[in-house]
Design a protein around this ligand. Sequence first.
Ligand code: F6R
Length: 652
Amino acid sequence: MISEHLLPSSRFEHARLAVFANSQEASRAVAAEIAALIRQRRTEGRTAVLGLATGSTPVSLYAELVRLHREQGLSFANVVTFNLDEYHPLPPEHPQSYHAFMRAQLFDHVDVPKESIHIPSGSVSKDRIEAHCAAYEEQIKAAGGIDFQILGIGRTGHIGFNEPGSPRRSVTRRVTLDPLTRRDAAADFGGEAHTPRAALTMGVRTILSARRVVLMAWGQHKADIVRTAIEGDATAQVTASFLQEHDNAAFILDQAAASGLTRFRTPWLLGPLAEQELAWDDRMTRRAILWLSNLRRKAVLKLTDDDYNEAGLQDLLAVHGSAYDCNLVGFYQLQHTITGWPGGRDPSRTKPGDALVRPLKSPSANVFPKRVLVLSPHPDDDVISMGGTLCRLVDQGHEVHVAYQVSGSGAVPDEALWRSLQFLRDADGRRDERVTALCDVFEETGSLPAAPEIARLKALIRRHEAAAAARVCGVPKDRLHFLDLPFYDSGPARARRLGPADVEITRTLLSQLRPHLIYAAGDLDDPHGTHRLCLRILRDALAGLAQESWLNESELWLYRGAWAEWPLDEIDLAVPLSPQEVERRRRAIFRHSTQKDEVVFPGPDQREFWERADERGQRLARSYNDLGLAEYESMEAFKRYAPADFVARAPL
Ligand code: F6R
């Protein structure tokens, strides 16, 4: 139940919150509360009025409600629903409409009466919008008001589509979408150009009139905005912050979404009471020292007793006795993350005194050469995110395999495919009618049909690009694995669900290769959610391999890439790169030519991927240097997990 996970309030937080180990557990708790409400109302002969949200956040909640309906006979016959919003204009039958989303995720699988379902209409004509919105408000009132309102939070801090600037008193109306919201939705619509600019949404007042309000947020990419909504002032700039003013509202978070809160990020700021309970383990110590170093703009070894005392870190100082000793703890931790031999050294070629395997820890740390599996969600994530390390592993003699998890066909512009088709059409005398016909379609209409045939051809283009990039890195063709995980084609980007086949394909590959080192994308900020699903699939595949002894000998290293970098205190391995290696990584990224110049899903950052990779690596190298460590051209960073630990506490 949610109540069991509510945290005692801290002086930084202005709203109630409950933190769960992961989104599945949290969704189960929310579903249980909703189910209890529905059942209670049924015994009273009354309806339960639910306010519903769409997007990726409630997908697991709806799956759980469907499960309760099927397995425990939870009936929705006495349920009345009001959805928060709908794009405008967008017909209800459009696959990306919220009408379609709700049918697919919930309504088609439970017994809620059709006439009890309300969703703002995306097809109402402009001159009728005002009346339609007013009628929506009336319908909510006539139903007795909303009993239980479910919310997600957008990265602009919106609830519903109440973008920054939406007043506290706003009601159901037409709104213009924020550019960031449109970029986040672009994956669903095949690019920003096709993404609606407006929506009809319940207002802030409509939402806050509900008797119970539950805002759910999952994942690292929500951590900043969640913190602002909970710890900042209640303001129209972040409409989720208005939940602070509701006396029966709660934020339901997974650990990753909660990780930006002061109580988790910088707990020593909570004051003496909380500090007594603080366990100053290595990680927390490093975090505090890095925070202090940043605050004082000083290299770690230059921090003084005064710096610690004035910033409220007396307790940490007391643990180590002096700033000098404390600084060394942080400094050595950082120094030990750096190695140019990410797979360990060749023992036959090392000099006495060389650190052989730092920072590898598994029982197979000394094995040389190692079998390495790099899991790349899209065909270009490997080189964008860890291209330098990939080259090093190959050059240093390890057996490196790369598995591309999804086809990435959705990110190939029609025009790029047309260029290849045109080449095919004109390359030799044998005229393939289908190819010619497709060229004609593109030349006449400027686009190609969204058919499986087109997706297959686009996937092929990306395969060739990946193979060319892998060649730059020296990975032979027979070590490339194109998994084409089926979830990728299972629906609109944000409503995709993983299935047993995704897990089985991944499990089989792992079991065949038995890698000593597994690299995977832990970059959960990608705007389309594919990385998150790929990581979940890996977690489930590893869980299925728990009995295989080789797994205890392997290590899992998570990389981040185009969208975000690991915070410095979480880095376990930092691989320095020379200018030549940066150049080679860039060449590998360039092989993904369909992803150059015109990125279909750039997310909030408009730069090309090679620019982001360059900048990210340089920034990290500069941070290490600012802390007083050696000055490198660039670095790539990784966080370590023992596979069994990852299965137990993956940040998903
Ligand atoms: C959806 C809605 C939005 C989403 C928010 C988060 O009906 O009104 O406020 O809840 O944009 O979207 P996801 O869950 O996809 O991150």
